[in-house]
Design a protein around this ligand. Structure first.
Ligand SMILES: [Zn+2]
Length: 823
């Protein structure tokens, strides 16, 4: 009997082993042939769950976060059984090899390959390919897993991808229509590319403004792969793009990182050529801006790459290209699967070398600047620290009294007296190269023609005076925590300063709680304290409608770490007194914003995110197509995100808007929205003509045309502006402000309005690329301005301070425009 049981047991065991290895193909699991439908995100998640539960010894699935629309974000870790048993040791060895974790690694023969799919939601073949890739890795390419840990993120952007997939599934013809003019190849606004808040997640790796990015970067820094691939799609007529990348390369990129891109490219060619598949390399997609899925990993020591398959939102299930060929989803999946597996293969072949070079990357002796020392408003420093913490970059506080080096405000050598509150970030740490990429005053360009912005230097973005020092600046690791915010006592009133987004959030919270707040147009002093313009003044008399007002205010102040100064009287030592007309009540401003057709989805999304997730103040979105029937009297402020308003603001739309402004409404127009008003009757806004460009373009050789046109371009560059900080829109700012310019369009100074921030005679560019003609056009040009329109006004924001949500120091201009301007 015993034998019988033993036999049964053995039979059962062997059955379970065979069963365990029988993962279903994606087609079997999904119930349709892969590439004949767009899978929804939950189906993809289910397939990965199926694989992980069928082969638990080789696959581990982890939910690392959740999207704004509550879809799970998942990673699969795939390797050999033996490696999976030691997964944590492998991870730690890798961090030790980079010097991020202390101690010597016990083994450096295993390479970590991270494959990220579908960051752009409507580049939808790649998530399908991720299922195929994990299947093939575990069935056909097991040998590669002996010395690799493959991390697969099947979809970085599930909200965007489902937006695309759901729209496509409900729109498509049966059978699908390959005519590129048919509706299934043309997505409605805003398309599926971006995430819930319409952010381009492939511009957000460094700034981590979105919850998807925050969650991913946390895991990324835990693993620090040697290889990272970001799978994309491009126009339907460009076949396939893979490494090596195009110039410009950031100077930080090592020879090895360049070389290995060639090896990877050649390996892909080996698989693409026998099939006759077309591809191109070394064009279009450069490695500079640090917030992409290829550059961020590159500055973190990996070979970071973008692969681009023809298709994207127009690709659908099949489309006829301009060459008459039918490109199908099946083709697209096959290409992305092939390049993914080829990446794992070449990485596996070079595992030791990749580890050796990875180790070298983190030695940072050769960097020019050893320390960056930053001084300024503590709340702005705190905001920067939050960002540094996300990337696990270490920092300390200044211990010396004075530092010298490159001074950011003057863009020249200089010095700065320091205090123990000043932040020191030094490059003698493993992430020194990333620090250089983020902080250096002016990224060196190897070529002016780039794919994206060429300037982002964090000291300018956060509005901190900074010295970059070529010698190491001493620092201490911890600052004594500030004393707790004391509770308030019942008195005449309370005053808060106004310098940072944190102050703005405090205001929003007070208004949301129906607390009445005032602000001052003139500085005043009481009891030895001087209160600058824009200070928030909360008076006991204004808030008798709130029970236990002092206690409630006190609780809010403590919760926000907001230090209020108590004032005992309305009588100021220096004017004005609290009853003065220059101390104004801030109304609970009712804000509307235009969305939909015509608006830039990115600009709209950044503004939407700003209100909901940062300021936390209500805003009503109005579809541009509904403008004609909207009752504007319901709102105090109307925001026009960047975009084209030609159809919304036709003759009748424009007169409706002007009538509303005359009766007190305030328009805030951002970036390209300004073109709707330039040169129009009733508006003083004019283009700044750049008339000294008389050279004839006729004789420029055809091949140089693109390069020649760069003279008129500004590709995200930083300029110094002069600020009139007596204007309400500039309260809380100093006389200088560094602005990020995204394009070459410039406007003249306003004759009859206020030029709140402008560029003068002297155009001072501190960072980034700006063509020679475009720079001339900036002479005496408007950056931010306000013009009265009857009882209301229009605010011109030539530069979009909410762009990608990372220009922290510009956000208060926007808040001021809402609450203070024309009040
Ligand atoms: Zn893309």
């Amino acid at each position: 009997m015993q034998n019988f049981y033993r036999i049964v047991l053995v039979v059962l065991c062997s059955v379970s082993i065979t069963m365990a290895q029988q993962i279903k193909t994606p087609s079997e699991f999904l119930g349709y042939e892969l590439g004949t439908q767009f899978s929804r995100n939950h189906q993809v998640v289910d397939y990965f769950k199926h694989v992980a539960s069928t082969m638990p010894n080789q696959v581990k699935l982890e939910q690392y976060g959740e999207t704004y629309e509550r879809r799970p974000l998942i990673h699969a870790y795939i390797s050999s059984e033996e490696n999976m048993k030691n997964l944590e040791t492998i991870r730690e060895n890798n961090l030790k090899n980079a010097g991020i974790m202390s101690g010597a690694p016990s083994n450096t023969d295993i390479v970590i390959v991270w494959l990220s799919y579908n960051v752009h939601g409507d580049e939808a073949s790649s998530t399908e390919a991720s299922m195929n890739t994990i299947y093939k890795l575990l069935t056909e390419r097991q040998e590669l897993l002996k010395n690799t840990v493959v991390i697969i993120d099947p979809c970085i952007n599930p909200d965007g991808r489902d937006r695309y997939a759901n729209w496509y599934n409900e729109t498509k013809s049966t059978p699908f229509d390959i005519d590129p003019q048919s509706s299934e190849h043309s997505q409605p606004w805003p398309g599926g590319r971006a995430n819930h808040y319409l952010f381009d997640l492939n511009r957000d790796w460094a700034w981590t403004s979105q919850k998807e990015s925050i969650a991913r970067i946390k895991v990324y820094n835990k693993w620090m792969p040697q290889i990272h691939v970001d799978f994309h799609e491009q126009g339907i007529n460009s076949p396939y793009y893979f490494a090596p990348a195009a110039e410009p390369y950031h100077e930080l990129i090592t020879d090895w990182q360049r070389d290995f891109q060639f090896q990877i490219g050649r390996n892909h060619a080996k698989y693409f050529d026998p099939q006759g598949w077309l591809y191109f390399t070394r064009e279009s997609f450069d490695l500079l801006y640090p917030s992409y899925g290829d550059t961020y990993p590159t500055y973190m020591g990996a070979i970071g790459m973008t692969y681009e398959q023809a298709g994207g939102g127009r690709g659908a299930l099949g489309v006829k290209t301009s060459e008459g060929h039918v490109l199908t989803l099946k083709d697209r999946i096959a290409h992305h699967t092939t390049s993914g597996l080829s990446t794992v293969e070449i990485s596996s072949k070079n595992a030791s070398k990749l580890n050796e070079e990875f180790n070298k990357f983190f030695k940072n002796d050769g960097l020019k600047y050893k320390s960056y020392v930053m001084s300024g408003n503590p709340e702005k420093i705190d905001a920067l620290k939050t960002l540094l913490d996300r990337h696990e970059i270490a920092y300390g506080y200044a211990t010396s009294k004075k530092v010298t080096g490159h001074k950011y405000s003057t863009n020249a050598n200089g010095s700065m007296n320091t205090t123990s509150n000043d932040l020191v970030v030094s490059t003698n740490q493993p992430k020194g190269k990333m620090i250089k990429a983020l902080f250096e005053p002016n990224a060196k360009l190897s070529d002016s023609l780039t794919y994206d912005i060429t300037a982002w230097s964090l000291p300018y973005a956060y509005g901190l005076e900074t010295i970059a020092s070529t010698s190491l600046v001493s620092s201490q690791s911890r600052l004594a925590p500030p004393p707790p915010v004391p509770p308030l006592s019942k008195t005449y009133g309370y005053v808060s300063d106004w310098n940072s987004l944190k102050d703005a959030k405090f205001l929003a919270m007070l208004l949301n709680k129906n607390i009445k707040v005032r602000f001052n147009h003139e500085p005043f002093s009481q009891n030895g304290n001087t209160f600058n313009r824009g200070s928030l003044i909360i008076l006991q008399r204004d808030n008798t409608h709130i029970e236990n007002f002092t206690i409630e205010l006190s609780e809010i102040a403590v919760k926000n770490q907001q230090r209020l100064k108590e004032i005992q009287t309305g009588f100021s030592d220096k004017f004005p007194d609290m009853g003065s007309s220059s101390i104004r009540l801030i109304n609970k401003t009712r804000i509307a914003m235009i969305s939909g057709e015509g608006t830039s989805s990115l600009s709209y999304g950044a503004t939407w995110h700003f209100f909901e997730q940062q300021l936390k103040y209500p805003v009503t979105s109005i579809n541009s197509e509904d403008f004609g029937r909207v009752n504007l009297a319901e709102y105090d402020v109307l925001i026009l995100p960047s975009g084209s308003y030609r159809s919304m603001l036709n003759d009748s739309g424009m007169s409706k808007l002007q009538d509303w402004m005359r009766s007190g409404g305030k328009v805030i127009a951002i970036d390209r929205a300004l073109s709707t008003f330039a040169g129009k009757k009733g508006f003083g806004l004019k283009y700044n003509d750049n008339d000294d460009d008389n050279e004839s373009n006729n004789l420029i050789p055809y091949a140089d045309r693109q390069r020649e046109s760069a003279k008129n371009m500004i590709t995200g560059a930083i300029f110094k502006t002069n600020v009139d900080n007596t204007h309400p829109m500039a309260y809380g700012y100093s006389k200088d402000y560094f602005t990020l310019k995204l394009g070459g369009t410039s406007y003249s100074l306003l004759d009859r309005g206020s030029n709140v921030a402008h560029i003068g005679d002297d155009v001072m560019k501190v960072s980034g690329f700006a063509g020679i003609n475009a720079q001339k056009g900036l002479k005496n040009s408007l950056v931010f301005g306000e013009e009265r329109q009857g009882r209301g006004s229009i605010i011109y924001m030539v530069d979009n301070t909410l762009f990608r949500s990372f220009w922290e120091n510009g956000k208060l201009f926007f808040v001021n425009a809402i609450f203070f301007a024309n009040n």
